[in-house]
Design a protein around this ligand. Structure first.
Ligand code: AMP
Length: 472
């Protein structure tokens, strides 16, 4: 496969003129109306390769095509159909839109195809995927590992909150692809355990959250150490000022794929604002949590999460809590329990708001309203994924009504608004709320795995791909 196509060699140097054209805007101040309307997308100047509507029509290595078929990926999602022909030819990519659109495979297949047949030297990965949270890092590694194994590439996860020694060890042994949170990767660079000067493809996933979380300095520090003419792909739900800076600085005439307007709600998603009374709010949340299907509930603080989880367990609702105060092992276990159905209510702070892909989740509840419209969209993005439908329900106290309606307005979301009481049929109609069983439950801890992987996979000898290990 031609890894250095003419299109890439001949791409426009970043002259100020082409830069202005790509940017499609000048540096204007972000007024209130623009807080939600984003910066303009860059305009691609080099002609694009046409979309490929079958994986068979893409220039993928045979083992990757076989793995796609084996895992039931029958045809590419739009983001994959449009970007892969171009990213496989070496072009940079800017993907904007909601999560759940298939972006992991959109960049993953491109990275793995490019590196297929290559071997990284110790401490010198060839590709780096930067993500904002540990959970997303594990999810990306988990999603890519079967494909990486198929082309005998090693994927390592590098995140904070777990032993740095083991991650340094994996890098020392050599790994072609590193999926990392920026802080921990920067630490490993500083310790001399990793160098990025052989990195020829870099991916920024959920770039807006990375910048919101204050990772901008680390992200630029890391990208500046990768090969200057390397391929870069950036995915972000919103294209705000900080992301726009990254786009301008690091992407060269990218292929742009915009799934939905970033402000726009997914059409398969319903939004409900439920006005509740302060003294009835917990009962309302409890009855919703007791519904038949699964639900993610968002609260403001770690303490509030812990309190609601205890209350739900005491009332017979199989709940788990996820927040930044938990160890990585606990967080991984809680997500696994929710994924495999041992729990049905996941109660979380914003830590779980982005990127996490839980299949068949049709309800997200803001027990506490989000801080801003971006949080709202990202929390909601846990449902209605991959074309499925889902509802976002916000429980709003009288004093929160005004702020909530402003937030929805900024998010560009139209919600139906109803006043409800926990016992009302309307609550059940919208959320499936029902009386909780009442008999206390405990969620058994899973059997301890030896240096276990989050997905229960162990490395087999001769298999060069490593699944994320031990919460790493
Ligand atoms: P992502 O946006 O990468 O988190 O992907 C959302 C979900 O869509 C994941 O569960 C993927 O496994 C699934 N998915 C991605 N691409 C495809 C495809 N081409 N066909 C079927 N499912 C897919």
């Amino acid at each position: 496969m031609n890894r250095t196509p003419a299109a890439r060699k001949n791409r426009n140097p970043r002259s100020s003129t082409s830069g202005e054209r790509r940017r499609g805007h000048t540096d204007r101040r972000q007024g209130p109306a623009e807080q939600r309307s984003d910066f303009a997308l860059p305009v691609t100047t080099t002609p694009l390769l046409p979309a490929a509507h079958a994986f068979a029509d893409m220039d993928l290595p045979g083992p990757l095509s076989a793995k796609l078929a084996e895992l039931g990926m029958e045809k590419p999602f739009p983001i994959q159909a449009e970007t892969l022909p171009n990213s496989l030819a070496g072009r940079d990519v800017l993907g904007r839109g909601r999560t759940g659109s298939g972006k992991t495979l959109a960049f993953g297949l491109s990275v793995l195809s490019r590196l297929s047949g290559r071997t990284a030297s110790p401490r010198q990965p060839l590709a780096v995927v930067l993500v904002p949270t540990r959970e997303l890092a594990q999810q990306v590694t988990g999603a890519l590992s079967p494909y990486a194994r198929a082309v005998r590439l090693r994927v390592s996860t590098v995140v904070g909150g777990v032993s740095i020694g083991r991650q340094a060890g994996a890098l020392r042994r050599g790994t072609e692809v590193v999926v990392a949170t920026p802080g921990r990767l920067a630490d490993l660079l500083e310790r001399g355990d990793c160098r990025l000067d052989q990195v020829e493809v870099s991916v920024l996933d959920e770039a807006d959250q990375m910048t919101d979380m204050g990772f901008m300095p680390q992200v630029t520090h890391l990208l500046d150490r990768t090969l200057p003419h390397g391929q870069r792909m950036l995915f972000s739900a919103t294209l705000d000022r900080n992301v726009d800076r990254l786009v301008r600085r690091y992407l060269h005439d990218p292929v742009v794929h915009s799934v939905d307007p970033s402000t726009g709600a997914v059409t398969t998603m319903e939004h409900h604002v439920l006005h509740v009374a302060e003294d009835d709010k917990r009962a309302t949340a409890t009855r919703i949590a007791a519904r038949e299907g699964r639900v993610i509930m968002f609260l403001d603080t770690k303490r509030a999460v812990d309190k609601l989880v205890s209350h739900l367990l005491a009332n017979g609702v199989r709940a788990g809590g996820l927040h930044g105060g938990k160890s990585q092992q606990q967080r991984t276990r809680t997500l696994e329990q929710f994924r495999d159905g041992r729990t049905t209510a996941l109660v979380a702070t914003n830590v779980a708001a982005r990127g996490i892909d839980i299949a068949d989740l049709d309800l997200v509840v803001n027990v506490d309203p989000p801080q801003d419209h971006k949080d709202y969209l990202h929390r909601g993005g846990r449902t209605a994924r991959a074309g499925a439908s889902g509802s976002v329900v916000s429980l709003i106290l009288p004093r929160q009504r005004w702020a909530m309606s402003r937030l929805l307005n900024t998010a560009g979301v139209t919600a139906s608004t109803t006043s409800v009481h926990s016992e009302e049929a309307e609550l059940s109609r919208v959320t499936g709320a029902r009386t909780p069983p009442g008999t206390p439950v405990t969620i058994p801890a899973p059997a301890v795995r030896r240096s276990g992987t989050p997905h229960g996979r162990r490395r087999r000898s001769g298999n060069r791909s490593s699944a994320p290990r031990g919460g790493a």
